[in-house]
Design a protein around this ligand. Structure first.
Ligand code: RAT
Ligand code: ZN
Length: 417
């Protein structure tokens, strides 16, 4: 490596390591939501990403594993994935990174010591410390207005916590209308199973109320690989006639998370979901038909990433984000970040953590910073070789945009009518 390249790599690593992060999609909750905020070593070990890996070795059916208490499940995952073989997968390495980030020594492989450490934490101080160590300014939650315990907290009016922002998740509305309709009726909304009468206006009222109650930065839904738009499905109609108009009126983007095949192996619970390649035409059709709406889009299939970048070149109201779930490993993060940078420059959001357990933000962001930083360093070095003078200030400005600013501008923007 020549001296100029070395300097650029060092400056880029430093900028990306220090940049403040807006974690735009997680499954974390503010402490005000009580037990909904998961934390600690047993939660880390029973993360569904790890459960899927452990069940490839364990001599027991998934359903039997699921019936065990949490501590026993954590013991089994620890023994199977960390003691009987090396924890080389991304989700396993993540536990090691998280422990080390907290000052624990992963060397002795002493689960009892880790349990003891977490048992002694002061919860409030611990949340602050983890956010600080991860360099995360705030995490966006996934807020489901159809979830009983979560709904109860919102209705009671939790004290706002600037570290945890809301996102209104509408899977239950868009993906399961036959059951959603009865819940909405019970809550006083005049809706009909066949979508007739006042249904669309009432769903708009429901979405508007919840966007307001939660202060959501965006509304969102995960969608199957077969997602099509336009179309006669209740999902497509509710989106077009109720949800997108409500999001537009509130001035918030809608996040499409496309490509998840739920329940491929239902015995595995959340570990049993798979993926499929989707049709990017649905995204293009939405961006074209709703120019006053903004769409954050992530797709689960590796095969969709190139088409999504090309679509984003056509529509400024489309913001690709994250390397979602099965894409979140260093190999694919590097590949997808390079692809996005080649086609979109700096107009994308490279990653979100999808953390379900507080301490996961320690590893997910450490690993993401490293992978994204490697790609950016290479791009700056190539640019310098082409004759451009790359400065440290430029790199810091760009990193700030990628890790927070692009999201914040997209959320704040009001498209011209
Ligand atoms: O990444 C995950 O943990 C998945 O189980 C899903 O929650 C996914 O991220 C989603 O938001 O649907
Ligand atoms: Zn998620």
């Amino acid at each position: 490596m020549n001296a100029e390249r070395e300097t650029i790599v060092r400056m880029t690593r430093d900028a990306v390591d220090k940049v403040r992060v807006a974690d735009i999609h997680t499954h974390l909750f503010a402490p005000a939501f009580g037990p909904l905020l998961l934390s600690g070593i047993d939660e880390l070990l029973t993360y569904h990403y790890l459960v899927a890996e452990a069940l490839r070795w364990l001599p027991m059916p998934a359903a039997a594993f699921g019936r065990l208490d949490k501590r026993t499940r954590a013991d089994l995952v620890w023994r199977t994935l960390f003691l009987e073989r090396s924890p080389v997968s991304e989700a396993c390495r993540g536990v090691v990174t998280a422990l080390a980030s907290l000052g624990l020594d992963p060397g002795p492989r002493d689960l009892a010591e880790y349990r003891d450490f977490f048992a002694r934490r002061n919860p409030e101080e611990h949340v602050a410390r983890v956010f600080d160590l991860a360099g995360v300014e705030y995490a966006v939650m996934t807020n489901d207005p159809f979830d009983g315990p979560e709904r109860a907290v919102w209705l009671a009016g939790p004290k706002p916590d600037p570290r945890f922002r809301a996102a209104l998740r509408l899977d239950a509305l868009l993906g399961a209308w036959p059951s959603a309709v009865f819940r909405l009726q019970a809550w006083g909304f005049d809706v009909e199973p066949g979508l007739g009468g006042r249904t669309m206006a009432e769903v708009r009222r429901f979405v508007a109320e919840w966007l307001d109650r939660t202060g959501a930065l965006y509304a969102a839904a995960s969608l199957p690989p077969t997602f099509a738009f336009p179309g006669p499905s209740s999902r497509a109609r509710l989106l077009a006639e109720a949800v997108l108009p409500a999001a537009e009126a509130a001035g918030v983007p809608f996040a499409l998370m496309i490509g998840v095949e739920r329940g491929v192996n239902p015995d595995l619970g959340p570990a049993g979901d798979g993926l499929g390649r989707a049709d990017v035409a649905a995204v293009q059709n939405l961006c074209r038909a709703f120019p006053s709406n903004r769409f954050l889009v992530t797709m689960l299939s590796r095969e969709n990433q190139h088409e999504l970048c090309v679509a984003a070149r056509k529509f400024a109201n489309l913001m690709p984000f994250g390397c979602w779930w099965f894409l979140n490993g260093p190999g694919l993060v590097r590949e997808i970040t390079a692809l996005r940078t080649d086609l979109l420059g700096l107009s994308y959001i490279p990653q979100h953590s999808d953390a379900r357990v507080l301490e996961q933000i320690l590893y997910k962001w450490k690993h993401a910073r490293a992978a994204v930083g490697d790609v950016l360093a290479e791009k700056y070095a190539d640019l310098a070789a082409a004759g451009w003078r790359v400065t440290e200030d430029d790199i810091r400005r760009d990193a700030a945009a990628l890790f927070a600013g692009n999201f914040e501008s997209f959320v704040a923007a009001r498209p011209a009518k």
